[in-house]
Design a protein around this ligand. Structure first.
Ligand code: GAP
Length: 455
């Protein structure tokens, strides 16, 4: 039986269809299908001007919380291509597989771990009811590549199937070069590659995606304490960026899902129109990874406590999540179509947390044909641009400009009007409440910085 903690209360706010997000992402420059002019590649995406800002902010906020604000956590950035033995030691060459069955009638292909038990037992296609093949075919998800130029001498290796392996490979170097002591952690954000057989649901399951990992190295006696600490820390972290706080929960792995070395494992799940889906895993990895790399590399990866002189292989708490799933979940969480009180077009608004919004402020002269308004607005924009992402916009009426900014989640719009020229004040409009207030130009930088900085 799977046990669930923090079950949400009844959730009556409608869940946003993925298609709405796909359309917004294309229209407003968040995400494009990769190689679109050639017909695209399934499960591979590019990030546009708005997407890259949002993504950078999400990454920075993770790094700020995990590395900058923990004295015992350090960061690395490892390579995508590693020695091929890494993937033998990790077990990926042997075990990183999907098992698939095909429908003999409609020819669709299904991962057996995604089929409902009744479909599996009755060999029945969940789409057309046709007969499913009985013997699953096995596919390894690792993406192969070759190093070297001389045919015959080229070495087969892999694009990393999970980013975290670099952390185990660099663990000893970090220990020796940074003078840290157990307990300590290493963080990394980086790309991972998987030949997913059924990529889909936009950014949810891709073939090239990005992960963030913490591997926290502890004395075995302290494993439970640190597992509990990071489990709670990561949950609170996700809560801090969500509007719909009832759409997140823990799912504890059932005994038959646990790796042989794991006492416990939890997924942090988010509820979307696709149901409850994994967002991040909190894993009890014991000494599995360092022991395997010791064994396969022949290097001693044990640790000697400088005080007690005790020698042991540190145990590991892993927190491993997806940058792309965070990106997608945040858009699903923030998207709203708000009915217009005057019965006009609904207002599409992205209620992103201001610290993550791609553009922090838009500077808008009330009229484009009044030179003093334009000059003052451009001057304010130039000054704000040095502190945060600011956009200058003078195209179309002010209402339309507000709508454009709402749609990309800009938390603040500053309007320069005729009163500005008299008293050096501007109106500042807040995205969610649409309330406006007048403030002095000199107070703008502080006002905004206080509201868009990480906290
Ligand atoms: N090192 C542990 C590890 O890789 P995982 O559950 O396979 O664990 C961690 O991946 C996270 O990476 C997942 O919780 C998910 O957020 C993200 N992820 C995994 N496969 C993905 C895919 N094909 N597309 C997008 N994100 C993915």
């Amino acid at each position: 039986m799977t046990q669930t903690e923090n079950k949400p209360e009844v959730n009556d706010t409608p869940l946003v269809p993925i298609e709405k997000i796909v359309s917004l992402c294309k229209r407003r420059g968040f995400v494009y299908p990769n190689s679109e002019i050639y017909g695209g590649v399934s499960g591979i995406y590019d990030f546009g001007p708005m997407g890259v800002e949002l993504r950078n902010n999400i990454r920075r906020y993770w790094w700020w919380s995990m590395v900058q604000n923990h004295d015992n956590v350090l960061g690395i950035e490892g390579a995508i291509i590693t020695h091929p033995r890494v993937w033998e030691a990790s077990g990926h060459v042997e075990n990183f597989v999907d098992k698939l069955v095909d429908c003999k009638k409609c020819k669709r292909r299904f991962r057996i771990d995604h089929l409902e038990p009744e479909n599996l037992e009755q060999h029945k296609c969940p789409v057309c009811g046709g007969e499913l093949t009985t013997e699953p075919r096995v596919f390894n998800l690792l993406m192969e590549t070759y190093l070297g130029v001389v045919e015959g001498d080229r070495m087969k290796t892999y694009l990393r199937g999970e980013a975290c392996q670099d952390i185990y490979l660099d663990y000893d170097n970090v220990l020796k070069s940074s003078r840290v002591q157990v307990p300590f952690g290493i963080c990394q954000i980086g790309k991972a590659f998987r030949n997913e057989v059924t990529p889909g649901n936009f950014l949810f399951r891709q073939r090239e995606f990005e992960q963030w990992d913490l591997q926290f190295f502890v004395h075995p006696d302290e494993m439970q304490k640190w597992f509990d600490y990071w489990k709670e820390f990561r949950y609170q972290w996700y809560l801090s960026i969500l509007n719909h706080k009832d759409r997140i929960r823990f799912r504890e792995h059932a005994p038959d899902e646990l790796a042989h070395y794991a006492k416990q494992a939890y997924d942090i799940e988010y509820q979307t129109i696709l149901g409850w889906q994994e967002w991040e895993g909190i894993h009890w990895r014991q000494d599995w990874d360092l022991s395997r790399h010791s064994q396969y590399s022949g290097q001693d990866l044990s640790y000697t406590d400088p005080n007690t002189k005790e020698r042991y292989i540190p145990w590991i708490v892993e927190t491993s999540g997806g940058v792309d799933r965070t990106f997608l979940n945040l858009l699903l969480d923030a998207y709203e179509e708000e009915p217009d009180p005057a019965g006009k077009e609904p207002r599409t608004v992205l209620r992103l947390n201001p610290m993550l919004a791609p553009v922090k402020v838009a500077v808008l002269p009330l009229q484009k044909n009044k030179e003093e308004l334009v000059t003052t607005a451009k001057d304010i924009h130039k000054k704000l641009q040095r502190l945060m992402v600011s956009q200058y916009d003078d195209v179309q009426n002010i209402g339309r400009r507000y709508r454009r900014q709402d749609e990309i989640g800009t938390p603040y719009c500053v309007t320069i009007d005729f009163q500005t020229l008299d008293d050096q004040t501007v109106t500042i409009r807040e995205r969610d409440s649409m309330t406006q207030q007048r403030i002095a130009i000199s107070e703008l930088p502080m006002y905004l910085l206080e509201r868009v900085s990480f906290k």
